[in-house]
Design a protein around this ligand. Structure first.
Ligand code: HEM
Length: 242
C-alpha cells in the first residue's frame, strides 16, 4: 500500500462525503426554490414515460442491491442461512437485470434530452456533466459485474470492497482492502465518489426529498374572470384591464 492508496481510499471518500453533506446544507439554505427535478414533462412525455420508470425502478433495485452487498456483512447473510452460492447467483442475476434496465432507461432519457428540441434547450452545462458522470458510474458498475461475475471466474467483493466501504463509516478506514480490488471495481467506486461530490449541486438533490406537503396543502383556487363583478366600484389602481 502506498500514499496514492491513502489518497484514493481514505482522503477521497471522506472528501466526497463532506462535500455531499455540506453541499446539501448549503443548497437548501441558499437555493431552496431551485431544489427541484427541473421536470421537462411538459415538453415531451412519450419517451419520458418509458425511460423514466425504467431508469428509476432499475436504480431502486441497484440501490437495494448495494445495501445488501456493501452494508450487510457476509457473516450476517450466512448466519441467516443464505449460502455464498445463493447470494452470488441472486446478486449477479438481479444486479445485471437491474443494471441493464437502469442503463437502458438512462440511454432513452439522454437520447430524448438531445433530440427533443425544447428539452435540449432546457438542458444546462451542469446537467450535461451530471449525466456524463452518472452514465460513467453505471457503465463501470455493470462492466465490473459482467467482467468479474458473468463472464469471469467470479470475484467476491464482499471480502474486500464491502468491508472497505463499511470501514469508512466506522471511522477506521482500511485502504489496503481496496488497493487489491480489480481495476474496474476501483474505477466504479472512484466515479461514484465523484458523483457524490457533484450531487448537491445538480438536479439529483430531488432524490432526498418528496413533495409530501402536497398531500395536506390547501387547494389552489383558480377562478375565471367573471363579467359580473358586483356593484362595488373597483379601488383606484385595481380597475379591470378589459
Ligand atoms: C462508493 C460507492 C459504491 C461502491 C463501493 C459500489 C460497488 C459496487 C459493486 C461491488 C458492484 C458489483 C455488484 C455485483 O456484482 O453484484 C457494483 C455494481 C453496480 N453499481 Fe455500484 N458501487 C457504488 C456506488 C454506485 C452508484 C452511486 C451507482 C449508480 C448511480 C452504482 C451503480 C452500479 C450498477 C448499475 C452496478 C451493476 C449492476 C448491479 O450490481 O446492480 N454504484 N457496485
Amino acid at each position: 500500500m502506498n500514499a496514492l492508496d491513502v489518497v484514493l481510499w481514505v482522503v477521497a471518500p471522506y472528501l466526497a462525503i463532506t462535500v455531499f453533506v455540506l453541499g446539501h446544507v448549503w443548497r437548501y439554505r441558499y437555493d431552496k426554490f431551485g431544489w427541484t427535478t427541473r421536470s421537462s414533462q411538459m415538453y415531451e412525455s412519450r419517451l419520458l414515460r418509458i425511460g423514466s420508470p425504467l431508469f428509476h425502478f432499475g436504480i431502486l433495485v441497484v440501490l437495494l442491491g448495494h445495501i445488501g452487498g456493501l452494508v450487510i456483512p457476509k457473516s450476517w447473510t450466512e448466519a441467516a442461512g443464505v449460502s455464498e452460492e445463493a447470494y452470488h447467483i441472486t446478486a449477479v442475476v438481479l444486479g445485471t437485470v437491474a443494471g441493464v434496465a437502469t442503463l437502458g432507461g438512462l440511454a432513452i432519457l439522454i437520447y430524448r434530452r438531445r433530440t427533443v428540441g425544447p428539452v435540449f434547450t432546457a438542458t444546462t452545462r451542469n446537467d450535461k456533466l451530471m449525466y456524463a458522470v452518472l452514465a460513467l458510474v453505471i457503465v463501470l458498475g455493470l462492466a465490473a459485474t459482467i467482467a468479474a461475475n458473468v463472464v469471469g471466474g467470479g470475484y467476491d467483493y464482499r471480502t474486500t470492497i464491502s468491508p472497505w466501504f463499511r470501514s469508512i463509516f466506522y471511522l477506521q478506514p482500511d485502504p489496503a482492502l481496496m488497493a487489491g480490488a480489480p481495476p474496474l471495481f476501483q474505477l466504479h467506486a472512484l466515479s461514484a465518489l465523484l458523483l457524490f461530490a457533484i450531487w448537491p449541486f445538480t438536479r439529483l438533490v430531488h432524490m432526498l426529498t418528496a413533495p409530501v406537503g402536497y398531500l395536506t396543502r390547501p387547494y389552489v383556487v383558480y377562478r375565471s374572470r367573471d363579467d359580473q363583478r358586483g356593484s362595488r366600484k373597483p379601488r383606484r389602481g385595481w380597475e379591470p384591464t378589459r
